[in-house]
Write a protein that binds this ligand. Structure first.
Ligand code: A2P
Length: 268
């Protein structure tokens, strides 16, 4: 059967074969899914991993996915676009609970708190599925030890694409572990660029126009005490890096921490 084939391919290629435990469709073009986390699988919040399915020729078709779940959960969660003719997402979108997927063995990535110098606040700015790694970082206790304030900004075209909105607006505030921790310390900052919403416009424009700073009650001095994680399209990342370097901030790495880190949202 298909599943036996997948397990054999995983074995041959040194990949994990993991069972799907949950699937949620946000819109016609966006969905999330969870798989069981192998006991041996460890990652740093904000990292990505290869996910895939066997192709028609039996070879794995793998794509990078940011892990959206916190490192302490016993599942791994992913947030994906559905690309009609995408080699992988055209098939992944049909996943059902109980199906198997291929999972890589080596998580990696730049959006990790270790690549940032200490600061007062962590501002995570993403577009589309670029939100995913921030959902992991936000629920890592380490993040809360290092930063007094945490901001998650999510820009999408239409408000229906604000996946995880209920979670970020309400659920996390009443969460057993994070509710207390995040009270008065966490700001969710959604913006919509092509539809009705209470906050409109590209986040890059809102930052340049000073609206973002005003909404958060920050002075321009806060630039020097803020640390940034950026994740979205190539064009978006480029604009954000221009803004941040224009303020005199520098990109960090694990071996040489700085004031911001950047990664492109992968699939799509
Ligand atoms: P816009 O609607 O003005 O293009 P996409 O779906 O194309 O990946 O875009 C996701 C969100 O990111 C959209 O709201 C889009 O705004 C925004 N966006 C795209 N490119 C940029 C950019 N260069 N700077 C800021 N925001 C961008």
């Amino acid at each position: 059967s298909h599943q036996v084939g997948l397990a054999a391919i995983a074995e041959a290629k040194g990949l994990h074969a993991q069972r799907v435990t949950w699937v949620h469709h946000w819109t016609a073009d966006l969905f999330s899914f969870r798989i069981e986390r192998p006991q041996s699988f460890r990652f740093a919040s904000g990292e990505f991993i290869m996910i895939g399915l066997p192709g028609a020729d039996g070879r794995p078709v793998m794509r990078a996915y940011s892990i959206a779940s916190p490192a302490w959960e016993d599942h791994l969660e992913f947030f994906s676009v559905k690309v009609a003719h995408g080699a992988l997402t055209s098939r992944l979108q049909h996943l059902e609970v109980g199906d198997l997927v291929l999972l890589g063995r080596k998580p990696t990535g730049t959006l990790v708190v270790d690549a940032l110098e200490p600061g007062e606040r962590l501002i995570m700015v993403g577009t589309g599925t670029g939100l995913a790694p921030f959902l992991s970082v936000l629920r890592d206790p380490e993040t809360h030890e290092r930063f007094e304030h945490i901001v998650v900004s999510h820009t999408v075209r239409q408000k229906e694409e604000l996946a995880y909105r209920e979670f970020l607006e309400d659920e996390i505030r009443t969460d057993e572990i994070f509710g207390e921790l995040l009270r008065d310390r966490f700001t969710y900052y959604p913006t919509v660029t092509r539809g009705e919403f209470h906050r409109q416009g590209r986040i890059t424009d809102r930052i340049r126009d000073g609206l973002f700073r005003q909404d958060l009650n920050l002075t321009t001095d806060a630039r020097q005490t803020s640390r940034f994680m950026i994740c979205g399209s190539i064009a978006f990342n480029k604009e954000m890096v221009e803004i941040l370097t224009g303020w005199g901030l520098t990109e960090g790495t694990q071996s040489n921490p700085g004031q911001f880190v950047v990664e492109r949202a992968f699939v799509g």
